[in-house]
Each structure stands twice: as C-alpha cells, then as structure tokens.
Design a protein around this ligand. Structure first.
Ligand SMILES: NC(=O)c1ccc[n+]([C@@H]2O[C@H](COP(=O)([O-])OP(=O)(O)OC[C@H]3O[C@@H](n4cnc5c(N)ncnc54)[C@H](OP(=O)(O)O)[C@@H]3O)[C@@H](O)[C@H]2O)c1
Length: 329
C-alpha cells in the first residue's frame, strides 16, 4: 500500500525557528543512533519512522557511524525514504554527522577535509539523497586546524550537498571559535547538537546556551530522556549492564540508588502535573527558547506516542521549577 502521510500532522507538535535563521525544526526530532539499525526488523523501523512523521516530527537525525554497525542506520533510513518518504522531501529535515570512527585506517575518523568529504558522500549514497539539511562535525578534532574543518564544511554548502552546517559535542569555547570562522566565511552555521537533559546540565554550566544564542545558532539536545532513565522504566531498578553513553556516565557516580531516588522524586512531580516522567523531561528542556529541538530515540511506537503527549502540559509554575531544582541539586 502506498503510504500517505496524516493530513493533520502539522497540528500535532509545536515547531520552532532556529534563532533568526530560515530553518524551522519540530520541537522534537527523531534520531536513529542505535534503535533502528541492523539489529532491528525493517518493518518495525518503518512503523516508528512513519508514525513519527505522521505525528509532526519532520526532522530525522543520522550519523555515518550509527547502527549499531556503521552506516546501517542511514541504510535503514534510506530504505524507508525511498519507499515512503521521498514524495515529502521538501518537508523533511534530514541531518547527518561525521567524525567518530567510520571506516578502517587513520582517515576513517575525526574532521579533516578528506574524511568529512568522503563521509558525506557515503551518507548521501546510503540515504538516497542529493543533499542533507544539516551536516554536523560530530566531535571536536584536537589535531586538525579548525579552519580546515570549517572550510571543508563551507564547501559542502557551496556544492549544494548540505544546506546548513552544525557541530556536535563541542564545548562553549570550541563553538565560539568555529562560529567565528563560519561567520567570516559566510557559512550558514545553525547550531550545536549536545547531550542535554534534566540530569545532565553541562550545556548550561559551560555557557554553551548563551554562546549559541550570541552566534545566532540553536542548541539541539540529544538524549533528552537520558537514554531512557527519565522514563518510568527504571523507577524500580537500573540494570547492571545499562549501556550508559559517556556524556551521561557521571549520572552513576554517586551510585544507582541515589539516581533512582531522584528519578522517583521527579516522577512524583510529573504525576502531580498529570503527566509521565518522560513527558515532563521533554517539556522541561523545551521551556528554553534556545533549545531548537530535542532529539529522541525509540524503537517502540508506543514509547514514541507516549512521549509526544508532553504537549498536553508544557507549562511549569515557579513552584514546580523550584521543586525540580531542589531534586536535581
Ligand atoms: N551527537 C551525538 O554525539 C549523539 C549522541 C547520542 C545520541 N544522539 C542523537 O540523539 C538521539 C536520541 O538519543 P537517545 O536514544 O539516547 O535518546 P533518548 O530519547 O534520551 O533515549 C532513548 C531511549 O529511551 C527509551 N524510551 C524512549 N521513550 C520511552 C518511554 N516512553 N518509556 C520507556 N522507555 C523509553 C528508548 O527505548 P526503546 O528503544 O525501547 O523505545 C531508548 O532506549 C539519537 O538517536 C541520535 O540521533 C546524538
């Protein structure tokens, strides 16, 4: 059966402009890091992605190394794009990144010109696209001159392979440095994709949110549910083999029982707001206009639908915000 998108999709989810640019993102984007790669049946991935689009999510986030096996998340997305989403290309924001280990040898990672150029060409091929909407340098490269990385990305835009560029996992000073080069080159720099959630506030402490705002760019928050910790799934226990991402590993530093206590306290506030913990976690991030979009991951349609119901209550009273801060201290 030919897929036809839900006609009411743009009435379901708020969307926001990234600073004063022409780019508009849905408040929630969908990421394919490790939930829909080679280990998942294609039929399920298709269900989740099309449900996301039908729900108002028109931004899909990939990376060259997503899978779990390198390239397989982009392949999955490419298959679904070719079979179902291609007629909607002008409505879609499709993003990818390069910089983490992608192929064998010294040129298979980081942000030199050859590496980034080859990576983007491969990503376009896997996804069946002529261009991506945002291309991100996935991580800071301590060895390559920043001008080289910025110029390589500027060229992608001039060649029409990317409409906007961004960085990912850069701290505030690194962001400031590359934003200056992009401004000098006239490159459309749109933002920084970093780990940001109620439990991980590095982006605030580091001054990154302010730096981005000053540079007419937005923060794109990945892992807004702390990889699922900010849901009702782990309120009774966190498994020993929980695959925590390095950016969130500090959450376990005082022990899992301390974290679980916080999660239960947060869950109690969510309940008094008439919502689930995951819904409160998304609403809490999006109360800041500098957060251009939050990128969620899910391999389960019910999780996706559940989370998007955050829109039913995305206002916080001062008292609720104080209670939350006291728990997170
Ligand atoms: N730039 C970077 O370096 C970087 C790094 C990491 C991530 N990202 C991006 O951010 C995206 C999201 O990252 P993430 O997967 O860590 O995000 P997340 O949304 O914080 O966590 C996703 C996890 O939460 C679970 N979950 C979601 N909703 C749930 C619910 N209602 N109840 C119970 N469990 C629920 C999912 O389980 P199920 O799979 O069972 O649904 C999944 O395991 C990635 O796909 C990627 O695009 C970027």
């Amino acid at each position: 059966m030919v897929y036809a998108a839900d006609d009411t999709r743009y009435e379901k989810l708020p969307y926001r402009r990234v600073s004063d640019s022409g780019l508009i993102l849905p408040a929630v984007s969908f990421g394919l890091w490790r939930n829909l790669g080679d280990q998942m049946p294609l039929e399920n991935s298709k269900k989740v992605i099309l449900k996301a689009f039908d729900s108002g999510i028109f931004s899909f986030d990939n990376a060259s190394n997503y899978g779990p096996s390198n390239g397989t998340a982009e392949e999955t997305f490419g298959q679904i794009y070719r079979s179902d989403l291609k007629p909607y290309r002008d409505e879609l924001i499709i993003t990818t990144k390069a910089g983490y280990h992608m192929w064998p040898g010294p040129l298979g990672e980081f942000s030199g010109k050859k590496t980034l150029t080859a990576a983007l060409d491969l990503s376009l091929k896997r996804m069946g696209l002529d261009y991506v909407d945002i291309f991100y340098a996935h991580r800071w490269d301590p060895n390559t001159r920043l001008e080289e990385t910025a110029r390589a990305m500027d060229l992608m835009v001039r060649q029409g392979k990317a409409l906007y560029v961004g960085v990912s996992n850069y701290d505030a000073n690194q962001t400031k440095a590359i934003a200056k080069i992009f401004a000098d080159l006239g490159t459309p720099f749109i933002g920084n994709q970093v780990s940001y959630n109620m439990l991980n506030r590095t982006a605030e402490e580091d001054g990154l949110l302010d730096t981005l705002d000053q540079n007419h760019a937005g923060l794109i928050a990945y892992g807004p549910l702390a990889e699922g910790l900010l849901t009702d799934r782990y309120l009774k226990g966190i498994p020993d083999d929980f695959p925590i991402h390095r950016t969130n590993s500090v959450l376990f530093s005082s022990g899992k029982s301390v974290l679980m206590q916080k999660l239960n306290q947060l869950n109690h506030i969510a309940e008094t707001r008439g919502q689930k913990l995951s819904q409160m976690a998304l609403a809490w991030l999006l109360k800041d206009h500098r957060v251009a979009s939050v990128v969620i991951g899910a391999s389960n349609v019910d999780h996706l639908v559940d989370n998007l119901a955050f829109t039913k209550n995305n206002h916080f009273s001062d008292e609720e915000l104080t209670q939350i801060e006291n728990i997170l201290k």
